[in-house]
Design a protein around this ligand. Structure first.
Ligand SMILES: Nc1ncnc2c1ncn2[C@@H]1O[C@H](COP(=O)(O)OP(=O)(O)OP(=O)(O)O)[C@@H](O)[C@H]1O
Length: 245
């Protein structure tokens, strides 16, 4: 089954396109690494895929339907850069954040036992049961990311989209975090991951999309490693791996 299908998608903020004529598909069960230099359109492309931005031209389907027909958050867990960087000062607990993932299921009624069980399961899966009653803003970066993943799991998302989720996370937590992603992927959740560390992407992802406004590569990780796409997309600057902060 095709989860995301982009055909000839172009998007510009002003005159200059951020994403140009990109066509690609993400299949159920894929672990897609989305890479490219700074400002190359990765976040924009991800937001287009999720229906958070409308393309200037081209078409986008999610789960075989036009992306515009999807309700906010339906079937999708999106962990944005802002979500994990600790922005927002809402005094909410981890349990409340994860419970928000159930609102689509609970409708306007009260949360059922099934909802509470789904929240407990999600907290358990990502290993933060002991943090459930802490304020979300009092967590470390890595713990906060797990909380947002748990929210996606509680919503029974089929697709998890993450935008540089390990910025500011120490190496050990980062490794554990990517192991969690791999095990979720093995359980059948489709993953799209923006990550600036190319070594991490080629180690973990089954497929790679490499962009710099234009799409330079889309295919399995092995064919990417053997191709010239990396040097072509990153240009002569030689800036292959960059670090934020
Ligand atoms: N809201 C916006 N308004 C205007 N221009 C924008 C906006 N967001 C992004 N851009 C521009 O569009 C281009 C693509 O940005 P985008 O954030 O998609 O790239 P990115 O690959 O995710 O970057 P990074 O790796 O630095 O996070 C950049 O040139 C950026 O300056």
């Amino acid at each position: 089954m095709t989860v995301v299908d982009l055909e000839n998608v172009t998007f510009a903020y002003g005159e200059q396109p951020a994403v140009r004529d990109v066509s690609l598909t993400v299949a159920e069960g894929d672990f897609l690494g989305l890479i490219g230099p700074n400002g190359s359109g990765k976040t924009t492309l991800l937001q287009l895929m999720l229906g958070l931005r409308s393309p200037d031209s081209g078409s986008i389907e999610l789960f075989g339907e036009p992306v515009s027909s999807f309700e906010d958050g339906e079937r999708i867990g999106y962990v944005s850069q802002q979500a994990t960087s600790g922005g927002g000062s809402m005094p909410v607990t981890v349990r409340e954040v994860v419970t928000m993932g159930r609102f689509a299921h609970a409708g306007h009624g009260r949360l059922t036992n099934t909802d509470h069980a789904a929240v407990d399961d999600a907290l358990e899966t990502v290993g933060i049961t002991d943090l459930a009653d802490r304020q979300i803003n009092a967590l470390s970066g890595g713990q906060r990311q797990r909380a947002y993943i748990a929210r996606a799991l509680a919503s029974e998302a089929d697709l998890l989209a993450l935008d540089e989720p390990t910025v500011g996370v120490d190496a050990e937590s980062r490794d554990a975090f990517y192991q969690l992603l791999e095990s979720l992927n093995a359980d059948g959740i489709t993953i799209i991951l923006i990550e600036h560390d190319i070594g991490v992407v080629t180690d973990r992802a089954s497929r790679i999309a490499c962009i710099n406004t234009d799409l330079y590569h889309h295919g399995d990780t092995e064919s990417f490693v053997e191709s010239d796409a990396l040097t072509e997309a990153y240009g002569a600057s030689g800036q292959v791996v960059h670090h934020h902060h």
